[in-house]
Design a protein around this ligand. Structure first.
Ligand code: CO8
Length: 261
């Protein structure tokens, strides 16, 4: 499938999505969100793809936010629809069975920071800048940022970033736990691929269920989440990977996994 606002390719089990509107610093308009929704739905059914890397095209930006030009004249109903569209697409990304890594190659502001937060892991280039500058525009984060940011960095730091609209650099993002890793700009993609490949060498059935346990469990009461965790754990015992992983350990050899969602 050809996209107007995205680049998409699959190589060695990794799906690469590049938001491709460099002239607008990859700002997310409705059409781009629709395409992101389509590619995400495709990925959900692809067993040949075990990890996904999302990045922005060009030298400057991951994604500089929702498209301000498109938003300016929206009615309240249109604004709500736009926000819900993005929330739905980002939730679909969050719930993909694959591990999703954001390669944050530059500005990740507003909706861009929110897209990065919908990914499982964030690797930041030394040139990256993260922030939620919405209050500069008379609005609030509404692509999930008020919910995901406090879940990642805690309520106090999230409120500081959202209320002050101050962007932070990669080092600070790493310090507060928003970035998992910082890499020089020219090795960012290699770092993300190394991280993806390390994860892909594990039992991916277990990884995928662990992702669901963390994500879904965060939205449950603790006792229900513990039961959910035990149910997913039990499910692993229906796979060859569990037998192989444990047998390989006992036989002192490397495991060869092959199960996936
Ligand atoms: N939307 C539309 N166009 C943008 C955006 C954006 N978010 N960001 C940059 N652009 C465009 C600029 O207008 C400019 O276009 P042109 O060349 O036609 O003038 C081009 O990209 C290059 O940008 P700059 O010239 O500004 O580049 P600089 O290097 O000088 O500055 C910045 C880079 C600091 C990133 C600056 O562009 C900036 O501040 N951008 C806006 C950042 C921002 O406020 N993002 C948050 C947007 S709001 C949001 O994401 C809310 C999500 C929830 C919405 C709820 C739905 C209703």
């Amino acid at each position: 499938m050809e996209y107007e606002n995205l680049l998409f390719e699959v190589k060695d089990g990794i799906g690469y999505i590049t938001i491709n509107r460099p002239k607008a610093l990859n700002a997310l308009n409705g059409a781009t969100l629709d395409e992101l929704g389509t590619v995400t739905a495709e990925l959900g059914g692809r067993r040949d793809v075990k990890a996904v890397i999302i990045t922005g095209s060009g030298e400057k930006a991951f994604v500089a936010g929702a498209d301000i030009a498109q938003m300016r004249d929206q009615s309240p109903a249109e604004a709500r629809q736009f926000s819900r569209k993005a929330q739905t697409v980002f939730s679909a990304i969050e719930h993909l069975p694959q591990v999703v890594i954001a390669a944050v190659n530059g500005f990740a502001l507003g909706g861009g920071c929110e897209l990065a937060m919908a990914c499982d892991l964030r690797v930041a280039s030394e040139k990256a800048k993260f922030g939620q500058p919405e209050v500069n525009l008379g609005i609030l984060p509404s692509f999930g940022g008020t919910q995901r940011l406090p879940r990642i960095v805690g309520r106090g730091v999230a409120k500081q970033l959202i209320f002050t609209a101050e962007p932070i650099d990669a080092t600070e993002a790493y310090r507060i736990g928003l970035a998992n890793k910082v890499a020089p700009a020219d090795t960012l993609m290699a770092e993300c691929e190394a991280m993806a490949k390390k994860i892909m060498s594990k039992g991916m059935f277990g990884v995928s269920l662990a992702k669901a346990a963390v994500n879904d469990g965060m939205n449950m009461d603790t006792e229900s989440a513990f039961k959910y965790e035990a149910d997913l754990f039990a499910l692993c015992f229906a796979t060859d990977d569990q037998k192989e992983g444990m047998t390989a350990f006992l036989e002192k050899r490397a495991a060869v996994f092959h199960d996936f969602f």
